[in-house]
Design a binder for this molecule. Structure first.
Ligand SMILES: [Zn+2]
Length: 256
């Protein structure tokens, strides 16, 4: 019996994202979760109004969104689709910066990924129609996945929107307007509904039901379990036969 040559396994690390509302505690809980891990993932800061000092093009694009939105905590400048495409470009930039790390097997946790963009921009496009916003969020994820691969695993941290709002206001020493608070409530519901559409990719930590120790413990286990047998990372805009973004082997040779 002849056997086909064995293709070396792709040894890339997992790409994990932490998502959720402002003030929900995703950065805090994720940091708590990884403290106790011996193999620490690489932590990539989230983009937000607050995030200053990111290097390079990502920061430059973010700065243009900040300027256009004149201090809005959700970077809203009045043109949701143009902003969506810029936010996706930032997330593509973030991925490009960590490709060498993923390729050598390092796990990467990005604070906020394309799901934040999908939720916030869908809500802006359909402020009064939750079902249309959900469908648009799913469609925007489809669009984002033509720019870059989606995360292997997405951890959504959720809570009562009012609790997240309190934390965000305390942390940022600001008072959100009624309109901003309403936007957060809409985003809270939409994040949870979007997560429910893809139980394979999402894990949900609901702070209404677990304390912070349990929440950090859950996140730790998910991050630990995200490695292992991962498929190659496909450049979405290239056809079959393109090389894996991490190991460089042609994708068509991969057993599905
Ligand atoms: Zn590969």
């Amino acid at each position: 019996m002849t056997t086909a040559p064995v293709r070396p396994r792709c040894r890339r690390g997992p790409l994990i994202s932490a998502e959720g509302l402002n003030g929900v505690g995703k950065t805090y809980l994720t940091n708590r979760a990884v403290e106790a891990l011996s193999a620490k993932p690489l932590m990539l800061d989230e983009f937000s109004q607050r995030a200053n000092g990111r290097p390079g093009l990502g920061e430059a694009l973010l700065q243009s969104l900040r300027e256009a939105s004149i201090g809005d905590p959700f970077l809203r400048g009045g043109t949701p689709m143009a902003e969506a495409l810029l936010l996706m470009a930032i997330k593509r930039h973030d991925l490009d910066t960590v490709l060498p790390d993923l390729a050598r097997g390092q796990a990467v946790v990005e604070g906020r990924s394309v799901d934040t963009t999908a939720v916030c921009q869908a809500l802006l496009l359909h402020p009064d129609d939750p079902d249309a916003a959900l469908q648009t969020a799913v469609d925007l994820l489809g669009l984002a996945s033509s720019f870059r691969p989606l995360p292997d695993l997405t951890i959504l941290v959720t809570d009562d929107a009012s609790k997240a709002l309190e934390r965000a206001q305390r942390r940022d020493r600001c008072v959100f307007t009624d309109e901003q608070a309403e936007f957060m409530r809409g985003a809270c519901v939409l994040f949870e509904r979007l997560a429910a559409t893809d139980p394979v990719r999402y894990r949900v930590v609901d702070r209404r039901h677990v304390d912070e120790y349990e929440a950090a413990g859950q996140i730790r286990e998910w991050i630990k379990g995200a490695g292992g047998e991962l498929g190659c990372l496909v450049e979405p805009w290239q056809g079959p036969g393109a090389a894996c973004m991490c190991c460089g082997q042609p994708i068509s040779a991969v057993a599905a």
